[in-house]
Design a protein around this ligand. Structure first.
Ligand SMILES: Nc1ncnc2c1ncn2[C@@H]1O[C@H](COP(=O)(O)OP(=O)(O)OP(=O)(O)O)[C@@H](O)[C@H]1O
Ligand SMILES: [Mg+2]
Length: 226
């Protein structure tokens, strides 16, 4: 299949942030998005806001240092300067993708900086009752930004680690949409097999036409260019 569709972004580009619980698949999704966007002719950069320790960088940065993910990935700038820095790093007419570490609700922390630096925030959520409960603090953070008059990004929810035989994805989707949240059509399935997402780290992201990462890359481009 040849990609014929072209995407037009404003000169200053756009920023997308991935936020969500630890281990919900953010960095794996980020690497695949960068690779798919490159394939689709959209220039992008990754910014890794996950700072796991003094001598380590986040896993998206580590991944990009092991292999070509299709776009440069930068380690975290000082989070107080994130909005300017991520804008400066974004290619003209392109995308900046901000990956974050495990969500925690510290006002003034890096996650709040990411929320106020991006045009579109994507919450990765495992569709279970418990995770839904825990997502509440992200929604509170967005309300907080709104209440202090800060920039509030567009907000969408991405169901991840989805086990298709379970009833919970449909129920979670229903519960969220009936509360007014926008849930992306794409769901990222749990894939534990040897060729699956679970084993993807450090290798060039596999671009499988029609799979979840393919449709997610398009769905997010549609959301950000609207
Ligand atoms: N769709 C998937 N199916 C199965 N395993 C996955 C999937 N996506 C990621 N994994 C695996 O789950 C673990 C967590 O994934 P990942 O590092 O992408 O999550 P994360 O949200 O970035 O975590 P953190 O918050 O710690 O940065 C990794 O071992 C990864 O290989
Ligand atoms: Mg990560």
């Amino acid at each position: 299949m040849t990609e014929t569709r072209t995407w037009t972004l404003p000169a200053e580009g756009r920023r997308v942030g991935l936020i969500g619980k630890g281990g919900s698949g953010k960095s794996t999704i980020a690497a695949h998005l960068l690779a798919w966007w490159a394939r689709r002719g959209v220039e992008a950069v990754g910014v890794d806001m996950d700072i796991p320790g003094d001598d380590e960088h986040g896993s998206l940065y580590a991944w990009a240092s092991l292999t070509d993910v299709g776009a440069p990935v930068y380690p975290a700038p000082a989070h107080t300067r994130l909005a300017q820095e991520s804008q400066r790093l974004t290619p003209a007419g392109g995308l900046g993708l901000l990956d974050t570490g495990a969500w925690h609700r510290k006002a003034g922390g890096p996650h709040y900086s990411v929320l106020s630096a991006v045009d579109l925030a994507v919450l990765t959520l495992q569709p279970t009752e418990m995770e839904l409960e825990r997502a509440g603090s992200v929604l509170t953070a967005l309300e907080h930004l709104e209440s202090v008059g800060a920039h509030v990004p567009d907000f969408v929810i991405l169901l991840t680690m989805v086990n298709n035989s379970a009833a919970s994805p449909a129920e979670t989707r229903e519960a969220l949409t009936s509360n007014g949240y926008r849930v992306l059509t794409t769901e990222v399935p749990r894939q534990d097999s040897r060729q699956g997402y679970a084993q993807a780290f450090g290798k060039p992201p596999r671009l499988i036409i029609g799979d979840a990462m393919d449709s997610l890359s398009v769905e997010l481009l549609e959301a950000i260019t609207r």
